[in-house]
Design a protein around this ligand. Sequence first.
Ligand code: PAF
Length: 288
Amino acid sequence: MTTQSFSRIDDLRRALSEARRQGKRIGLVPTMGALHAGHIQLLETARSECDLVVASIFVNPIQFDRHDDLDRYPRPLEKDIEACHKASVDLVFAPSAQEMYGEGHDVLIEPGSVAENLCGRYRSGHFRGVATVVLKLFNVVQPGVAFFGEKDFQQLAVIRHMVAALNVPVEIRPVPTVREPDGLAMSSRNRNLTAAEREAAPVLYHCLCVARDLVNGGERDAAEVKRRALGVMAATPQFRVEYLEVIDPDRIQPLVRIEGRVRVAAAAWLGSTRLIDNVAAARANTEL
Ligand code: PAF
């Protein structure tokens, strides 16, 4: 089987029309390329659950809040298409910014209260850009199901809320975070870390694990969980912590008192690279 690659919306739609007519289950894996093991996990999950798998590769300019981040975002398109081929993806959609937005695109999706906290507080307009491009990709591909990594937990919540609020007929399928052997969550931005930063990076996950163990052990005070987890992070002075919060996993609102299922999420800088991660936790006797 060969992977077909398209840069034009019309061509992709034409290629999808026959599969749609046959009632095939179409799965979409939206990506910004620079594919790593976390993406491969998304593609393989899609492959096992769908008749036809579409991967989109598009570095979406309107979700970047910093020019330097957009400029240095890796774009190894040939390698990515090859990785899609190996993962038995049927169709790759890799449009240009012109194809996606044309001139003067000014219609944007306002993602609402789930986008207010955590990354939304620090990355102005980021989730508006994500919600807008994801809705456009849903309209272009019209998948039955779309796959998103839990590493971008707030993004997943933004998309779930958008789909529910706007009655978009797409099932949203979360896929667990893939980690390096030392615990660091896979991310396209990890390749920007220096050797010393890469060595320090797993501390972010380890401090989230400390928080998770406290919650699982019965700690109810979110401030105490934060204090203890941040204490672990402080031992690695290279880190500049942006936030560490115990949140309600559906509404993405910080909690004061921990009851039942929560998520602990953090963002921190190592040099010029921003890392995010999160873990599930639950007070004893509550299912994760
Ligand atoms: O998670 C990503 O890579 C991007 O935010 C997404 C969902 C592909 C939208 O550009």
